[in-house]
Design a protein around this ligand. Structure first.
Ligand SMILES: [Fe+2]
Ligand SMILES: [Fe+2]
Length: 165
């Protein structure tokens, strides 16, 4: 997700972290448990292509209908990787409402849909916000952890090779 642009210069990873942060703040304001809403927000755009690409180089498909098709794709990808609750699945599938006609079933779905629109507007208008600063820090932290994980895997393989007879 970090390799694809969402809006302006913001990657999809930064975008979902931003949406998660805004979602968290709205849930806290409404005194609601943020767990499922934040998980839904983090996973709501789990597709791996640049939707600006008119010919869809990634998978050879057109991205003209991206707005309608990506919620379902994100939900399938998320379900393959994680165990999701019905509420989390609904949040992901309905986050483009009202562009997609079926409204969210739960309040959390409306919260994530609203957070997504707020974040997208800020990204498009290049408005720097607290959510973006948090998202940037979190993305940096995730990248550092990923680098450390890869380094330690590499060291593990080297050790294995050394120990081979
Ligand atoms: Fe989306
Ligand atoms: Fe989004």
């Amino acid at each position: 997700m970090n390799g694809f642009i969402q809006h302006g210069s913001i990657t999809t990873l930064e975008h979902v972290l931003c949406v998660a942060w805004i979602t968290f703040r709205i849930c806290r304001f409404l005194k609601r448990d943020p767990k499922e809403a934040v998980r839904g927000a983090v996973l709501h755009d789990l597709y791996l292509y640049d939707w600006h690409d008119p010919i869809g180089k990634g998978d050879g498909k057109h991205h003209r209908f991206h707005g309608f098709t990506h919620p379902g794709m994100a939900c399938r990808n998320a379900t393959r990787l994680f165990s999701l609750t019905e509420r989390e699945k609904d949040i992901i599938k309905k986050h483009m409402w009202p562009l997609t006609p079926i409204p969210p079933k739960y309040t959390e779905g409306y919260i994530v849909s609203l957070a997504d629109k707020i974040s997208s507007l800020q990204e498009t208008l290049h408005i720097s916000t607290e959510a973006q600063r948090h998202a940037r820090l979190l993305r940096h932290e995730l990248m550092e952890r990923e680098k450390l994980r890869k380094d330690s895997e590499g060291r593990g393989e080297e050790e294995e090779e050394k120990n081979e007879p």
